[in-house]
Design a protein around this ligand. Sequence first.
Ligand code: SF4
Length: 340
Amino acid sequence: MTEAELQASSITRHHVTRSYRQQIAHSGYYDQLKYIVEPSVKEFDSPGAFDTSGEHDNTVLPGLQHKYAQTGLLLVTNRCASYCRFCFRKRLVGRESDEIVPDVAKVGEYIGGHPEMTNVLLSGGDPFVLSTAKLDEILTHLLPIPHLNSIRIGTKFLAFEPNRFDDPALPAFFRRIRDAGKTAVLVTHFDHIGEISVDAERNIRSLRAQEVQFLNQSVLLAGVNDNPEILAATFAKCHQMGVRPYYLFQARPVKGASHFQVPLRRGSEITRGVNQRLAGIEKTFKYIMSHYTGKIEILDVGDDGRVYMRYHQNKSPDKIGKVFSRPYTETACWLDDLPE
Ligand code: SF4
């Protein structure tokens, strides 16, 4: 099939960096890690939606989402270093999209008028596909905003192409954020310990010395990391490098990618198994379903056959923190699979 035919079937393009190919080939985990980037025929027969978290409905300006009061989410590019087969933004990554911010100055004006917004997350795609000069330009519109405390950047470059962070222009970029009195936070995306290379660790340590804070988010993926040993080892390694395990995401029911979903009962068991293997200081993650209605922490499936959850984030602050439950149905993978 041609690239155009694949795109017409909503199949994400296939592209893998040479360094990631080598890393996974020599990791000892190739048989699991190949599913992250290698296409599968399952993608043709994997039902779901393209916008599972209501991103479109929370877009306030082209390229800017404002779902939760304190956070602005900017889509700064539609490209990534390599393409994950499970990507929840496959509607836009690696293809033409009108969801990418066309005018950062307008975004800056919007944020300037919203004092409740204390942090912005640059996402996409992967912001580090942009040149450092381009990223610097984005900062020009964000750093003067007094109520922004942090500039967060979500990136899988530390797995896909860690040498991007050898760029000699980056220390000045992060220094600018610091000098503006804000915190630079990099949110890495390691799903598996086999993705963490020597170069990734070297760059993380060097950036930490420049006062960059690190968090890691992972996606729970059938056939890749649905194993408490692997996830515990991944989070322990993150902790050792100074990267705080932050979210373990339930894979979303994305068209062409829902075969990666793990049932909620199994996901809860895995989460328990991970917690049983880690020291208190390492288990700083939450098992999260990023649903249309908000970020839901999945707590457990109880002996009474109900799934217990609570809103970690919601548009209505009064819903945050309250535990609620739904009857569990076998193979349910998402809130909408659970009867009211
Ligand atoms: S790096 Fe993130 S945005 Fe890019 S393809 Fe992977 S999941 Fe999607």
